[in-house]
Design a protein. Structure first.
Length: 88
């Protein structure tokens, strides 16, 4: 599947939620940007917005990373940590 990036947008305060190999631990990876991407699906162009992160020396689509779960904003992550601290 060929993908073509049409435009990139900042992803300030957005993170990819990732699990480890065993699925027992969860971590956050800051997004570099959102990309407006055009791909071909059954001969027709499809346009979608996809998250991107730095991995080693390249930018990759976060939703293609092994262990990708979801996207979260920084304020949502802060609320999760506050709730965990209150429950302890």
């Amino acid at each position: 599947m060929n993908s073509k990036i049409l435009h990139i947008m900042p992803a300030n305060d957005w993170y990819a939620l990732l699990s480890d190999d065993e699925g027992t631990s969860v971590g956050y990876e800051p997004l570099t940007c959102f990309a407006l991407v055009q791909t071909e699906h059954e001969g027709d162009p499809v346009t979608e917005v996809r998250p991107m992160v730095w991995v080693d020396t390249a930018m990759v689509f976060a939703d293609e990373l092994e262990g990708f779960i979801d996207l979260e904003r920084l304020e949502e992550i802060d609320e999760i940590f506050e709730e965990e601290e209150e429950s302890q």
